[in-house]
Design a protein around this ligand. Structure first.
Ligand SMILES: [Zn+2]
Length: 148
């Protein structure tokens, strides 16, 4: 199961800076490209945790922790799975539970025709089988046997 690309775009755009602020972390430095924090995932005195402002992704240059705003919440809120963490951020940015359900792409089973269409060889195999069956019946009829 997945959320739609549109929902993911909105969720992933929620600024990591705001997320970290809600957990009590403020940037110690900022420039045009990045915000720099004391890493929340390891003990350090020199700030190594950089948030890229354009991509809204983080990377700690000391411990290697990295990811998106979804991962921030997953780690801080101790959320076990990705989908729940995404839903958590979605709620924070004001997406309702109803909309969240609508934005879910629930994979469904393909219909028989879709499975066949996905693989032309299967159609050919089916047609060949039908032809063989017909030929077989014809041959039995000619031999005076019961074709069924
Ligand atoms: Zn770190």
């Amino acid at each position: 199961m997945m959320f739609s690309p549109e929902l993911m775009r909105r969720v992933l755009a929620y600024p990591i800076e705001k997320a970290l602020k809600s957990f009590g972390y403020l940037p110690v430095r900022r420039n045009a490209r990045a915000l720099v924090f004391i890493c929340p995932f390891h003990a350090e005195k020199t700030a190594s945790f950089r948030v890229n402002r354009r991509s809204n992704q983080y990377l700690c240059q000391a411990c290697g922790a990295g990811g998106s705003v979804v991962r921030i919440y997953k780690e801080f809120e101790n959320i076990a799975d990705e989908m729940t963490a995404i839903a958590h951020v979605a709620h924070i940015i004001g997406i309702s539970s109803k909309e969240l359900r609508l934005q879910r792409n629930v994979p469904r089973q393909l219909t028989y025709a879709e499975r066949m269409d996905a693989d032309p060889a299967r159609w050919r195999a089916k047609l060949d089988w039908q032809q063989r069956t017909r030929d077989d019946r014809k041959a039995k009829l000619l031999r005076g046997e019961d074709p069924w």
